[in-house]
Design a binder for this molecule. Structure first.
Ligand code: NAG
Ligand code: NAG
Ligand code: NAG
Ligand code: NAG
Length: 300
């Protein structure tokens, strides 16, 4: 017995308001300074419309606001939940049920912070008391801004990453990481121990179901978080709340970032150029990640 979802917790349905919470638009005059024939602007607009459909398209402003009772909460507490409106989802296997939550974690300095997440599991009748094996799931880089939380995307950021686990009967408890979804803090991008807090605390709240046993799985940025969980003392913090930890699978963990960037630069002529550029694009976000952990940086 690992994970039991209590159907009686299913709460009021939300009103969805789509607003621009991600993706910077620019006027034509900016790229025209660098690009005589406007190819760059055209490509930018095409990319932007694809992005806008993926990021923040179903963002529910009310839900992602910091909960009214955050100030009296402690790490591991539940703050909010709502069912995900299935008709707004795309590319999710049929029969997947999903809820989104807000809970309390800690940042790199140990300060408590609100974080959002979603839980997806195979559809089952409310009455049958279904029990699922549980996975705390840590996603790969999805961005660094408020609108980049997987729980606010029509795809729930499924990229051949977590849905196959649901198809095999697991409940996937997937943190957004602090700063993605809710905006109480900036996202501490690539500070793996911060994401490790988000990944362990996500199995604490009772509203997430009773988790007797769990394991963590993460990919890329999340591979780094899952690895940090396995290495950390977090697993000994509150064994009663935590349930039994069975182990970690860290897929392509995003660690040793300098080596990664150098390999991308050196490999770009011979290997997959798009993939190498992708890594370099993410390296740009490291600047924001670093700023998010520096005290009193005006950029955060
Ligand atoms: C970005 O702004 C331009 C006008 O400056 C507009 O035509 C375009 O639709 C906007 N794109 C998005 C995705 O909002
Ligand atoms: C905050 O309030 C929600 C209901 O709005 C409740 O479900 C949750 O348990 C509360 N959390 C704390 C820490 O008080
Ligand atoms: C789910 O979204 C659809 C499409 O926007 C909408 O018609 C429906 O009312 C929503 N359902 C709920 C319960 O909010
Ligand atoms: C978060 O966003 C809300 C608007 O939705 C804004 O009022 C608030 O100031 C923002 N908080 C931070 C810390 O940026």
């Amino acid at each position: 017995m690992s994970f039991k979802f209590y159907a009686l917790l299913l709460a009021l349905l939300p009103s969805i308001q789509a607003i621009q919470v991600a993706n910077l638009n620019v006027s034509e005059s900016i790229p025209s300074k660098y690009d005589g024939d406007s190819t760059c602007y055209k490509n930018f607009q095409e990319g932007l419309s694809v992005d806008a459909a993926s990021y923040g398209a179903i963002y529910d402003t009310t839900f992602y606001e910091t909960s009214h009772n955050f100030s009296s909460s402690k790490p591991g507490d539940a703050l909010k939940l709502e069912p995900v409106n299935a008709t707004l989802l795309q590319d999710i296997p049929k029969g997947t049920t999903a809820y989104r939550f807000q809970y309390v974690s800690k940042d790199l300095d140990g300060m408590k912070i609100p974080v959002t997440d979603f839980i997806a599991f195979p559809y089952a009748s409310r009455l049958s008391g279904h029990v699922y094996p549980a996975i705390a799931y840590a996603h790969g880089t999805s961005g660094v801004f408020r609108g980049c939380g997987p729980s606010a995307m029509p795809s729930l950021y499924e990229y051949g990453s977590w849905a196959f686990l649901v198809s095999r009967g697991y409940a996937v408890i997937a943190t957004d990481y602090a700063g993605l979804g809710n905006n109480y803090t900036a996202h501490q991008y690539q500070a793996s121990p911060a994401q490790a807090h988000d990944l362990t605390k996500v199995v604490w709240p009772r509203s997430h179901g009773r988790v007797d046993e769990w394991m963590s799985v993460g990919h890329s940025q999340g591979g780094g978080a899952a690895r940090a969980v396995a290495e950390s003392s977090l697993l000994h913090e509150d064994p009663l709340s935590l349930g039994k930890y069975l182990g970690t699978i860290a897929q392509a963990p995003g660690v040793r970032l300098q080596d990664l960037a150098l390999a991308a630069i050196q490999g770009s002529s011979s290997s997959d150029v798009a993939s190498a550029r992708g890594v370099l694009g993410e390296a740009g976000w490291l600047v924001l990640g670093l700023r998010s952990i520096l005290p009193n940086d005006p950029q955060t």
